[in-house]
Write a new protein. Structure first.
Length: 122
């Protein structure tokens, strides 16, 4: 499986990631580290506690990492949580809606991690 095929498999934006990281070698290095980076797990953990400060911080970190790697669906979901808990912003989502987004992130992350695992094995 090529790097581009991985991105097709996981629904990522290869061109976006390449714009940020510039060369396949760096993109390959960072996408391989993604599943073990803990950035998504941190957000999922914050979703369990529903601590507003932690949700903001973990979602903000997740949004940036995912955007840099071209994982735009994950980045968009994390961005929604980031803005929901950004200091000074009024809440627009119920706790249940936030939990639904966390569940969507969990599912999408599992699919992404599985795709990366298959890429590493190929």
């Amino acid at each position: 499986m090529t790097l581009q095929e991985l991105y097709e498999t996981i629904g990522g934006d290869y061109d976006q990631a390449l714009q940020v990281l510039r060369v396949d070698k760096l993109l390959d290095k960072h996408i391989r580290k993604f599943a073990s980076s803990g950035v998504v797990e941190g957000l999922l953990g914050a979703g369990e506690s529903m601590d507003q400060t932690e949700l903001f911080e973990k979602a903000h970190a997740c949004k940036g990492v995912c955007a840099n790697l071209g994982l735009m669906k994950l980045s968009k979901l994390a961005s929604e949580i980031t803005e929901e808990y950004r200091p000074g912003n009024a809440r627009t989502l119920s706790d249940e809606e936030v939990k639904d987004r966390i569940a969507a992130i969990r599912e999408l992350y599992a699919q992404t991690a599985e795709g990366i695992r298959k890429y590493e094995e190929s």
